[in-house]
Design a protein around this ligand. Structure first.
Ligand code: SAH
Length: 217
């Protein structure tokens, strides 16, 4: 991988991490993980120069790779611990999944657009990342693999999908942006018992929408 990830990329990444610290990201594991994942490999080559700017970018199929700050906030709120079994809804470019894998989590990730699913499934192993990738509607979660220690939704939901709440372990955390199309509130949902959930709010963000069903091309 070294030839694809040179000193210049590493230097730019260090600057990105320094910028995230200034913006208030404190979780050392998250900062270290973002410092390791070669984000430029997740983007179209025409955007290579932007790979380490703190911005979202198009990845095809009308979707975006999340802004590093957003990835950092969501990953911090998830409070990732080693060997956590994490469900990610919205694989997209696979960048967020790679960040979670760098934190020694087990990652199962689901994408509703076949084109993106296929791309990530072949690309991530090539650069040494091995999540389990699924093509399907993340609104339904992955009941056959539940329960999960953590659930991370990387698309904006209009409400919290009931199936995802059911698939959370007692003591587990779900991070999910919830709201209208142009602004969502970052919510953390903690399952405190079989029947009780606690909800925290962590500020406004803008995500592409969480949509039902799948796209088969
Ligand atoms: N985590 C991604 C961000 C992707 S943007 C990354 O690191 O690049 C959100 C993604 O969620 C898009 O790829 C979109 O197709 C996907 N998505 C939207 N609704 C979905 C659903 N119901 N199930 C699975 N994926 C969904």
């Amino acid at each position: 991988m070294t030839e694809y990830d040179n000193l210049r990329h590493q230097g730019l990444r260090k600057r990105l991490v320094d910028g995230l610290k200034i913006k208030g990201i404190r979780d050392e594991n998250v900062l270290a993980a973002i410092g390791k994942v070669p984000r430029h490999l997740f983007m179209e080559s025409s955007f290579l120069n932007f790979a380490y700017k703190d911005q979202a970018f198009p990845i095809g199929a009308g979707q975006t790779i999340s802004q590093p700050y957003t990835v950092a906030v969501q990953s911090s709120l998830l409070q990732v611990e080693k060997n956590d079994k994490i469900l990610e809804v919205g694989t997209g470019s696979g960048y967020q999944a790679a960040v979670l894998l760098e934190m020694s989590a087990k990652v199962l990730t689901i994408e509703r657009q076949k084109e993106l699913f296929q791309k990530v499934q072949s690309f991530l192993p090539e650069i040494g990342y091995h999540p389990v990738c699924f093509f399907g509607d993340g609104y339904e979660g992955l009941p056959a693999f539940a329960p999960f220690d953590k659930i991370l939704v990387t698309a904006g939901a209009t409400s919290v999908p009931p199936a995802l709440k059911e698939q959370l372990k007692v003591g587990g955390r779900m991070v999910i942006p919830v709201g209208k199309e142009n602004r969502q509130e970052m919510m953390v949902i903690i399952r405190i018992s079989e029947k009780e959930f606690k909800t925290e709010k962590h500020g406004g963000f803008v995500f592409v929408p969480l949509l039902k069903g799948t796209v088969n091309f």
